[in-house]
Each structure stands twice: as structure tokens, then as C-alpha cells.
Ligand binder design. Structure first.
Ligand SMILES: Cc1cc2nc3c(=O)[nH]c(=O)nc-3n(C[C@H](O)[C@H](O)[C@H](O)COP(=O)(O)OP(=O)(O)OC[C@H]3O[C@@H](n4cnc5c(N)ncnc54)[C@H](O)[C@@H]3O)c2cc1C
Length: 464
């Protein structure tokens, strides 16, 4: 019996599909940039089932690609070479909630919105928040070390993981599901799987840190003259609120204009245009006069509006969250998910935007994002709607300019989306031989037959 037939037999009738119609949605990613092919979709419902399947893959040298919600933006979840797909969608149980830790244990295929809901039902709060939260899974969030809008207060996914359960390449189950904030018993192995993009093991469950539910929330939209002024405002907001800022998002005027032009039901919340804006949110527990603290923090802005209701807060957030969609509706854009040290953001923008415009005269900069983390979506819109083809032909060259600049500022060419296939070959330009060799050694130790998401994340050794 060949490997595919053995996998089908081990999976049982509910545990696999070879129906092309059922497999098709798993082959193309959200933006339609990458498409793959696969003969088989495995759908294990427990770590034990996955363990039996991976043991067969290991024995037969069958390559697999793990997939959660298929919302990844760097092609990591796509089977480019006909690998077997492993969907985590049936690993969908909330196992336990521990109100004292406080923490919960969920299986990898639970959506991020499902994790937030389970925490909410227990009177607690899980702070990870992404625009894709209705579809992405916690296993995918862990495997990409996802960021989002609340990193400034709660950290990346890595900071929220207490323990993991992982099935290794040879099928063994690694039980690291500990609810311990303190555990100094040697290598912290779970960290290796966070951000590993499915190249070292398949995450089947996670113990996640929970927080008290915020009792009050303030949302404001402020006009500032420049990114440097936005950073000053951030310092002031943090000082006045005692570190209660939970989101601090930078937007240029063009981002707002694109949203107002393309997204129905949006309006400019301020009376006069400003070159830059920030969307700021703060949350607090009981007994804190958040509104007074928040408004005093916003005094440094040129103009500002504070939401008077949850609906107004949602309307302000909609301006920020619609930027990607508005960019798409406007036409072609070239995007970069980058980070530089927070204090360097203004200088990075001042130096790098002109370099890009030299390559692409007339391109329209739409640099927005998580200023509090130094993470910008450093995007450029085509000079005119309809100019798409010649503009998109500059993709590689523009990326090189941007990534070189980011590197020069001590930054990262992937702040939160990961490496996948999209940025894999860029890594050797920015990482030392020692760092790349260490990555390859870790990969070889956990996956000696190279069957877990082969070709993703870890650059091959160049042979000259
Ligand atoms: C509209 C939109 C907004 C987004 N906003 C953000 C944002 O603000 N911040 C951010 O960080 N990202 C964002 N993303 C990117 C994406 O949602 C995240 O990368 C998310 O964490 C991926 O989760 P997923 O379940 O969809 O994973 P997939 O896309 O299915 O997989 C992503 C990677 O993880 C691996 N993987 C998945 N599950 C497992 C598992 N259980 N074990 C091992 N490996 C696994 C895959 O092989 C692949 O390499 C956004 C995407 C969209 C479409």
C-alpha cells in the first residue's frame, strides 16, 4: 500500500478528504497571491490521531503542510509541491478554563474569536486581536507569533503562551502543556514552536494566559503634525494614564482619504485635514476615571475627538481597520510589514520614503500601523488607479530598497506576518551565517527528514 492509501486508512472516513472540491479552498491564500496543489487533506480530531498520521509520514518520507484558518500572508500554509495538507479545524475544543491562573487550554483549531469568547464567558479577557480573528486559528497565531493591535500593552502571541502540546515530525507527542508562569527547568522548548510556521512540529493545543476584563475603554482620534509628534503624544498618553494605552495606531492623511472614498458609512471625525493622525485606545479596571486621564493625555494633539459611546468608538476603529480594504479597492499597492526601533520611526520614514519615490516617482505612500511597537505597514499605492502593471513590476526592487533601509535602522523585515515563502530568500541578506546555521540545526534536529512544511522559513544553503 502506498503512503497516501496508508494515511487514508489510518485517518478513517471522517479524518480525510481526497475530494478536489473540498481541498480547493485550502490551496489558495486570502489575497490569491499563491496557489498550491495537494492529493489529500487530513483532518485529525485529536493529538493521538495526528500522532499516528505523522508516524506514517515520517516512515514513508511524506511531506505535510499544516494549515489552520488559511489567513497567513506569506504563503506558509500553501502546499506548493503537492504535500499532504493537515487541517487543524477538527481540533476545536476548549479543554479547560482555570480562573485562578488565570488561563485556558484550547485546541489548535479553535478560532481566535472562539478563544476570546471562551475567555469572555469565564469573565476574563484574551487580548490578542487581529482583523482576521473570525477565521484564523490559535494554532496559526502561535505558529506565526501573530501581533495585532494590542501588542503595545500585552505583547505578541509569544507573551501569551504558557504551554503547548505539539506532535513532532516522527509522531511523538510533546506535552509541554504547563500552566506555570515560572519554570526554569532547562531549555524552554515551547518557544521554539512559537513563530516556527509549522516547520518544527504541529501544535495541537495551547495553554494561554488570560487577563481581567477591562471595565472601561476610551477611544480617541487625534490630529498630529508628524510621526515625531505622534511619538511625543504616545509618551504623554502613557505618562498621564499610567501605561493604560492598549492601542496606538498611526495613519497618514492619504489612508483616511482612501477609506472615506471607498468605504461606505465612514466620515472624517475632525473638521480640518491634518497630515497625520493617531487612533488611540486605553482601557482600565474599576474605579479609574479613565476619561479624565485619557483627555488630559490627548492635550498634546493638534485636534482630537473622544468617542462618547461604544458605537462611536467602533466608528473610529473602522477608519483604521478599513485601510487594507480601501487600498485594495483603490488599486495596486506594494506592501511591507516591517519594524524599526520605535524612536527611529520618524527618521526611517523621512529617509526611506524619498528613496522609494526615486524608484517609483508618483507612488503614493500609505505608511500606517502599530506605531507603539515600531511596526509599520509601509505601503505604497500606485501613482494613479489603473497604473498597476508597470508599478507592480517594481515590487522586487522596491522591497530590496525598503528591507535594506530597515536593516540599516536595526529593524526587522517581518514584524508580524512571518517569513513563509515570501521572505525566505531575503533572510540570508540580513542574518549572519551563524544565525542561519543555528536555524538550520534546529530544523534538522526536530525534522531530520524535512517533511514538515519543507521549503518554508528556513533558507537552503546556497551552493555556488
Ligand atoms: C485581514 C487580515 C488581517 C490580518 N491582520 C494581522 C495582524 O494584525 N497581525 C498579524 O500578525 N497577522 C495578521 N494577519 C495574518 C494572519 O491572520 C496571521 O498570520 C494568523 O496568525 C494566521 O493564522 P491561521 O490560522 O490562518 O494560519 P494559516 O494561515 O493556516 O497558517 C499560517 C502558518 O502557520 C502554520 N500553522 C498553522 N496552524 C499550525 C499548527 N497548528 N501547528 C503548526 N503550524 C501551523 C502554517 O503551516 C503556516 O506556516 C492578517 C490576515 C488577514 C487576512
Amino acid at each position: 500500500m502506498n503512503a497516501i492509501e496508508r494515511l487514508k486508512q489510518a485517518a478513517g472516513p471522517n479524518g480525510y478528504s481526497d475530494d478536489a472540491n473540498e481541498i480547493a479552498p485550502h490551496l489558495t491564500e486570502w489575497r490569491g497571491k499563491y496557489t498550491g496543489h495537494s492529493p489529500l487533506l487530513l483532518k485529525p480530531a485529536s493529538a493521538g490521531e495526528l500522532s499516528a498520521l505523522l508516524a506514517i509520514c515520517h516512515e514513508t518520507g511524506t511531506a505535510v503542510v499544516p494549515q489552520g484558518g488559511n489567513t497567513g500572508l506569506v504563503g506558509g500554509q500553501i502546499p506548493f509541491h503537492g504535500e499532504v495538507l493537515v487541517s487543524t479545524k477538527r481540533l476545536n475544543k476548549v479543554r479547560t478554563v482555570d480562573p485562578h491562573a488565570p488561563a485556558l487550554v484550547v485546541e489548535a483549531g479553535v478560532t481566535l474569536a472562539g478563544v476570546q469568547q471562551a475567555a469572555h464567558e469565564a469573565g476574563l479577557f484574551f487580548p490578542l486581536s487581529l482583523a482576521s480573528e473570525g477565521s484564523c486559528t490559535i494554532g496559526g497565531n502561535i505558529s506565526t507569533n501573530a501581533g495585532g493591535t494590542h501588542v503595545i500593552r500585552y505583547g505578541m502571541t509569544r507573551a501569551l503562551v504558557l504551554g503547548l502540546e505539539v506532535v513532532l515530525a516522527d509522531g511523538r507527542i510533546l506535552d509541554l502543556l504547563r500552566l506555570l508562569p515560572k519554570d526554569n527547568t532547562g531549555y524552554d522548548l515551547k518557544q521554539l514552536f512559537i513563530g516556527a510556521e509549522g516547520t518544527l512540529g504541529i501544535v495541537t493545543a495551547a495553554a494561554l494566559k488570560l487577563f481581567p476584563q477591562p471595565k472601561s475603554r476610551a477611544v480617541g482620534f487625534a490630529a498630529v503634525a508628524s510621526p515625531a509628534a505622534a511619538l511625543d503624544l504616545l509618551g504623554q498618553m502613557q505618562a498621564r494614564t499610567g501605561g493604560l494605552v492598549s492601542a496606538f495606531e498611526l495613519l497618514p492623511r492619504l489612508a483616511l482619504e482612501l477609506v472615506l472614498a471607498h468605504i461606505p458609512g465612514t466620515r472624517d471625525p475632525l473638521s480640518a485635514p491634518s497630515p497625520w493622525y493617531v487612533l488611540v485606545e486605553a482601557t482600565a479596571g474599576e474605579g479609574v476615571d479613565l476619561t479624565t486621564l485619557f483627555e488630559s493625555g490627548l492635550m498634546g494633539a493638534d485636534d482630537a475627538v473622544v468617542a462618547a459611546s461604544a458605537a462611536q468608538g467602533a466608528a473610529l476603529w473602522k477608519l483604521r481597520e478599513s485601510i487594507s480594504e480601501a487600498q485594495k479597492l483603490e488599486g495596486a499597492s506594494i506592501k511591507h510589514d516591517i519594524a524599526v526601533p520605535v524612536a527611529k520611526v520618524p527618521e526611517f520614514l523621512a529617509v526611506t520614503v524619498p528613496q522609494v519615490l526615486k524608484l517609483a516617482p508618483g507612488a503614493r505612500p500609505v505608511s500606517f500601523g502599530h506605531l507603539g511597537d515600531g511596526n509599520l505597514h509601509f505601503n505604497f499605492q500606485s501613482p494613479q488607479p489603473g497604473d498597476d502593471k508597470p508599478f507592480l513590476a517594481l515590487w522586487e526592487e522596491m522591497q530590496l530598497i525598503v528591507h535594506d533601509a530597515v536593516h540599516g535602522f536595526g529593524g526587522s523585515i517581518s514584524a508580524e506576518h512571518g517569513i513563509g515563502i515570501m521572505k525566505r530568500d531575503a533572510l540570508p541578506r540580513y542574518k549572519s551565517h551563524a544565525e542561519l546555521d543555528a536555524m538550520r540545526a534546529v530544523k534538522a534536529a526536530f525534522d531530520p527528514k524535512n517533511i514538515l512544511n519543507p521549503g518554508k522559513l528556513v533558507p537552503p544553503v546556497l551552493r555556488l
